[in-house]
Design a binder for this molecule. Structure first.
Ligand SMILES: NC(=O)c1ccc[n+]([C@@H]2O[C@H](COP(=O)([O-])OP(=O)(O)OC[C@H]3O[C@@H](n4cnc5c(N)ncnc54)[C@H](O)[C@@H]3O)[C@@H](O)[C@H]2O)c1
Length: 449
């Protein structure tokens, strides 16, 4: 695994025929008054939780960062004409469509941003890539390894045509996690021994919570595993700079039947209930251990039943020279213990990650004026736009998303076999920007590092 390139941006620097050139491809010269920047028309599918978060990113990114081109919120898509029109007005999109195929076909859409449940990711992404569009796809990349393989393959072919495809693992884009990656890559931890990650929520504790799409395997792929576990697997591999090679797992569904959805559902909330019950077909919690290629060990816990924990993604990395710790509920902070310091004064210290030299912070507020959850989506948009306009490989790539999908599949296989240790097949290496461009070559599941 090579050293990271620009971990603060999440974009692997590279030269050669990656992305689009300055003069060709689907980014047009802007014609707006006072703007000579090329425009990048964005079309987004889905307008609820992630739709709102991504909209915030697209609306804000060009007002904060000096970008090589100008993203435009061209069109948004949903299935209900009135609701999608209202969402377009509320979230700042110029036009509304009710069929994602129509959205992809629009001349003013250069990039398709997929914010729908996992059952439609593959179909929309494959159609968008075939139509010559760039793609941003929410996590997990797909609902099955087979779908993810087809998407990674299509992205690889599209890359040769100058298109880019990226997965929305937005927690890589927080200043503190990007700084953690940089410190690991700089050798501040030395050889890595342990990666410990938990992602805890509690919104499913009430057995009366209705059977939303997140509880249906045919829509969501899996439960806490694909929803929360996908994030922490990606983050662990990204921070460690290497892929997991095997896992041993337990999964459980604590509440096996729930009231059918009687009202609306968006994000983690839903209304309705009290009526007939339906079967929950996904896991409520997943616990697993894993082994990295280097021999470092990892442990993971993903659950929606940890009462009092709202969005508690916590991680700790222990290396021979030091340790790092992060808590998403205190996302402007990173804890660091330098084990090379004399024992009498060594210990964990808090780094307030708000300095202009910290990743992404050059464009934001004075030190100490912290950022929040939504800023990860602004940074995601910045990195993707920069990749498209400058011809670099954006990360996490679809090959990275496939790597995560293979870990999730191995977890399910292990859990079904009483936790037997289950190898994770290596993800295919994404093609490089140029044959000699080694830093972008080792996609496996973590081409970013
Ligand atoms: N990156 C993160 O932190 C994060 C957080 C939450 C969800 N997600 C991911 O984002 C995706 C969406 O989750 P969400 O929480 O926004 O869900 P949601 O239920 O809030 O919104 C889903 C949206 O997709 C639309 N939709 C569904 N099928 C459609 C279709 N065939 N055509 C057009 N529109 C369709 C719905 O109308 C709705 O607008 C999932 O893959 C989920 O795992 C990521």
């Amino acid at each position: 695994m090579g050293q990271p390139e620009q971990p603060e941006s999440g974009v692997a620097a590279g030269a050669g025929p990656v992305g689009i050139s300055a003069d060709t491809g689907p980014v047009d010269v802007g014609t707006g008054a006072g703007s000579m920047k090329r425009r990048l028309g964005v079309g987004m599918v889905g307008y609820a939780f992630m739709g709102a978060a991504h909209s915030q990113g697209w609306r804000t990114v060009g007002r904060v960062f000096d970008l090589p081109c100008r993203p435009e919120l061209a069109a948004i898509c949903g299935r209900d004409a009135d609701a999608v029109r209202a969402a377009a007005d509320r979230l700042g999109w110029a036009a509304a469509e009710t069929d994602w195929r129509e959205l992809i076909a629009r001349d003013d859409v250069d990039l398709v941003d997929i914010c729908t449940p996992g059952d439609s990711h593959a179909e929309i992404a494959l159609a968008a890539l075939a139509a010559g569009k760039h793609v941003l796809c929410e996590k997990p990349l797909a609902n099955t390894v087979e779908e993810a393989e087809a998407m990674a393959e299509a992205a690889e072919q599209a890359r040769a045509r100058g298109q880019v495809a990226m997965v929305g693992f937005n927690y890589r884009r927080l200043p503190a996690t990007a700084l953690a990656r940089k410190m690991v890559a700089d050798g501040r931890l030395g050889a890595l021994r342990h990666v410990r990650v938990t992602y805890l929520q509690d919104w499913l504790v009430d057995p009366g919570f209705p059977l939303t799409w997140r509880l249906q395997r045919e829509v969501a792929g899996s439960g806490a595993l694909g929803d929360l576990g996908a994030h922490i697997v990606d983050l662990a591999q990204y921070l460690a700079g290497e892929p997991l090679v095997g896992v041993s797992a337990l999964t459980e569904t604590f509440v096996r039947e729930r009231p059918l959805l009687a009202g609306a559902s968006a994000g983690l909330s839903a209304t309705g209930g009290g009526g007939p019950l339906g079967t929950v077909t996904v896991d409520d919690a997943a616990l697993f251990t894993g082994r990295f290629a280097s021999g470092a060990l990892a442990s993971f816990e993903a659950t929606r039943f940890a009462t009092g924990r709202k969005n508690a993604l916590r991680l700790e990395l222990n290396g021979e020279r030091g340790s790092l710790a992060f808590d998403l509920e205190r996302l402007n902070e990173l804890s660091f213990h330098d084990h090379t310091e004399p024992g009498v004064s060594a210990g964990f210290r808090r780094i307030l990650v708000t300095e202009p030299d910290h990743p992404y912070l050059e464009a934001w507020w004075p030190p100490g004026h912290g950022l929040g959850y939504e800023h990860s989506f602004v940074h995601q948009a910045r990195d993707l736009v920069t990749a498209i306009a400058t011809g670099v490989v954006p990360e996490p790539s679809f090959a990275d998303g496939l790597g995560v999908q293979r870990v999730l599949a191995a977890v399910e296989e292990s859990a079904a076999k009483n936790s037997v240790y289950t190898p994770v097949p290596p993800a295919p290496a994404a093609a490089t920007a140029t044959d000699s461009d080694s830093h972008a070559s080792s996609a496996s599941s973590v081409s970013s590092v």
